[in-house]
Design a binder for this molecule. Structure first.
Ligand SMILES: C[S@@+](CC[C@H](N)C(=O)[O-])C[C@H]1O[C@@H](n2cnc3c(N)ncnc32)[C@H](O)[C@@H]1O
Length: 296
């Protein structure tokens, strides 16, 4: 089914110019067990955990819009609970509705070895002390332990590069390369949400990191970002197709992109998906194959 859906989706969006999301990012709780320096979600005053029925409604809405891949986001999604239901019930629900695959992003501070998501992204913001500097003392060791324990067949790490950790990129690349439990790495850059502006990497350093990541990629390190997508992130001067991912926020608000547009963050955006989406729509072969590998 998915092999038919994707060419149809591409035809309708690229050729007919329709804006149909393919991926939905559904925020399920803003509760978190970490206080990361680069994140502003845990600082939100009202703790919100959606109930099962709300998530059901969100998922059905996204599916109706056209999305077929869903990413459960938080806060810390593995903390989600509603009575006797846990995250696996949401994953099963998404599959029942018809989503082709589910993804969970986690800080790996608690055991997630029972997580049934098709793919798992663990946030790793540097090697050892660099990660702890951003995410808190002891968080790196817990992350390594839980990755090992989970032994998930499709587990990758995501690094958000900022002023505190950009010098750790080489160590992270080697760590990923030598850890058999990690399939690949995705690189993103700090996006200066309110209260976290001080962590943004200056443009020259950001571009040097991009060049470094491209050179690792050319040496066959398992990097999810495509070269075409990364190059676009150097100046952010490209047409945005961010509606490829729609978002359902904690408060139930639905946006047809991440919401960064509304608060004027696009020129400083660090989410490399933006570059990848443009490269997909520009039919860049390396990006298309990276995207297919990621999602299928
Ligand atoms: C908000 S967290 C929620 C999931 C989970 N608690 C975790 O830490 O992975 C999702 C992802 O957003 C990233 N993130 C948080 N703040 C960011 C920022 N200002 N710019 C770019 N990425 C950010 C995190 O590093 C993480 O990979």
């Amino acid at each position: 089914m998915k092999y038919f859906y994707l060419p149809f989706w591409f035809f309708k969006t690229r050729i007919l110019g329709m804006k149909i999301p393919l991926v939905s990012v559904v925020f399920i709780t803003n509760l978190c067990n970490l206080r990361c320096k680069h994140c502003c979600i845990y600082t939100q005053k009202n703790p919100i955990t959606k109930n099962y029925e709300q998530v059901d409604e969100d998922l059905r809405y996204c599916y109706k819009q056209g999305a077929r891949f869903v990413d459960f986001e938080g806060g810390e999604p593995t903390l989600w609970q509603d009575g006797d239901k846990n995250l696996n019930d949401l994953i099963a629900l998404a599959k029942k509705i018809g989503f082709f695959s589910t993804t969970v992003t986690t800080n790996a501070q608690k055991d997630f070895s029972d997580c049934k998501a098709d793919s798992i992204w663990v946030s790793m913001d540097g090697y050892g002390g660099y990660h702890d500097e951003v995410r808190g003392e002891g968080s790196f060791d817990k992350l390594v332990y839980h990755i090992e324990k989970a032994n998930h067949p499709n587990l990758s790490v995501n690094m958000v590069v900022n002023k505190l950790n950009y010098t750790s990129v080489d160590e992270v690349m080697e760590f990923v390369k030598t850890n058999p439990k990690i399939s690949k790495i995705s690189i993103n850059f700090h996006t200066p949400y309110e209260g976290t502006e001080q962590l943004v990497l200056d443009w020259e350093k950001r571009n040097k990191v991009i060049d470094k990541v491209i050179s690792y990629k050319r040496k066959d390190y398992a990097i999810m970002n495509s070269v075409s997508g990364l190059k676009r992130m150097k100046d952010m001067n490209f047409k945005k197709y961010c509606w490829i991912s729609n978002f359902v926020h904690f408060n139930g608000v639905k946006t047809s992109d991440c919401g960064g547009t509304t608060i004027g963050l696009c020129p400083q955006c660090g989410f490399c998906m933006a570059g990848e989406m443009n490269a997909v729509m520009s039919l860049k072969f390396d990006t298309l194959t990276a995207g297919l590998k990621l999602r299928l």
